[in-house]
Write a protein that binds this ligand. Structure first.
Ligand SMILES: *[C@@H]1O[C@H](CO)[C@@H](O)[C@H](O)[C@H]1NC(C)=O
Length: 160
């Protein structure tokens, strides 16, 4: 258990460096923003993927709230069941020219001061939309991320 906590803390530090320089010395009093970034690919065109994601965000309201949607960028937020912590979510879509598919860069970041141990919250925020909308079953679906880019990835068991 100690090992898991320590490595999650380390992952948190690296995850943090995406948004912030690594704070020194450790431990640090600074606000901490837990973060997950992941890339998804699909064989379907971005227009279709985008519509599916936007529809799912709206279907899962008010847990998820759509902030804005353009053909290549979707912004939303997610409020945790405690009603206190909020995470900002951004999807950036790019068409894959040769295959006619779509590559999506998905990010979720905790707002305010949060613990580095987010239990995979930010990862699960993204994965829940994907899974609930059926996009995980879509042709050509692949997910690319790792523990450095996505806090809690590999440790997290999403409650979906
Ligand atoms: C989440 O987004 C909605 C829609 O834009 C907005 O009304 C709400 O204030 C946001 N929540 C937070 C806590 O930022």
């Amino acid at each position: 258990m100690k090992t898991v906590l320590a490595s999650a803390l380390l992952l948190g530090l690296f995850g943090c460096s995406v948004a912030f320089p690594i704070p020194v010395p450790f431990p640090f009093p600074d606000p901490y923003h837990a973060f997950c970034g992941t890339i998804w690919t699909f064989a379907t065109p971005c227009a279709e993927v985008s519509t599916t994601i936007v529809n799912e965000i709206q279907a899962l309201s008010p847990e998820y709230m759509l902030i804005s949607a353009t053909p290549l960028t979707i912004k939303a937020n997610h409020t945790s069941p405690d009603g206190i912590s909020v995470q900002d979510i951004t999807f950036s879509l790019s068409p894959t020219i040769l295959t006619g598919g779509c590559r999506v860069s998905a990010k979720s970041i905790s707002l305010g001061i949060t613990s580095p141990l987010d239990d995979g919250l930010n990862y699960c925020n993204l994965y829940k939309l994907l899974s609930a909308s059926g996009l995980t079953l879509s042709p050509g679906f692949m997910e690319m991320t790792n523990e450095l880019a996505c806090l809690g990835y590999g440790l997290s068991k999403c409650d979906i």
